[in-house]
Design a protein. Structure first.
Ligand SMILES: [Fe+2]
Ligand SMILES: [Fe+2]
Length: 183
């Protein structure tokens, strides 16, 4: 379902998500599964994304690529996939974990920091020994970066931001290279 370059990215995300999970004492198999599945809808045309994941907000309607996580969940559910933890991680990988789902955190961090991205090596290294700190850095940086550019933050990303501990909210430590919701 994905182009060859995307598939290479997917393999790197799955490997890194599993490694992050192992190092943090989390569910390696679910992290790998969610990594493998996270971008299955990423190369679908806009009209199909809109059909699979009807827009919830103006950002979704204007940027259908932002829907590819939700669209992936819809597809997986139709195919009979039933692991709710993995489904939620796939759904939330574009906008950020909603809190309480460590597998989702592994995949989100792996997606923004896998080596092929060429950015966020600091977040990748941090995640390998402190996933919570890495997630805080990633989400705070993303929100601060978008707001600094005057770009509207997706409501689901704001939800992920507000799910962080209060101590995570002050000034970010990294503002480099975050993919857009369509990444
Ligand atoms: Fe993606
Ligand atoms: Fe991805």
């Amino acid at each position: 379902m994905v182009r060859p370059r995307r598939y290479d990215h997917v393999l790197r995300v799955a490997d890194l998500a599993a490694r992050i999970a192992v190092n943090n004492g989390l569910d390696e198999q679910r992290a790998y599964a969610a990594g493998i599945l996270h971008d299955i809808a990423r190369d679908l045309p806009d009209d199909e994304l809109l059909r699979l994941a009807p827009p919830e907000c103006a950002i979704d309607a204007a940027h259908p690529l932002a829907l590819h996580g939700r669209a992936a969940r819809t597809l997986l559910t139709r195919w009979g996939y039933r692991d709710g933890v993995v489904l939620e991680a796939v759904e939330d990988h574009t906008t950020g974990p909603r809190g309480g789902n460590d597998v989702s955190a592994c995949v989100y961090i792996a997606d923004v920091s896998e080596p092929g991205r060429g950015v966020n090596a600091d977040i990748r290294e941090l995640a390998l020994h402190d996933l919570t700190a890495a997630l805080e850095r990633a989400i705070v940086s993303k929100v601060t970066y978008l707001q600094g550019k005057g770009i509207q933050v997706h409501p689901r990303t704001l939800r992920a931001y507000h799910a962080l501990p209060c101590s995570a909210h002050p000034t970010p430590t990294s503002t480099t290279g975050f993919p857009t919701p369509g990444a």
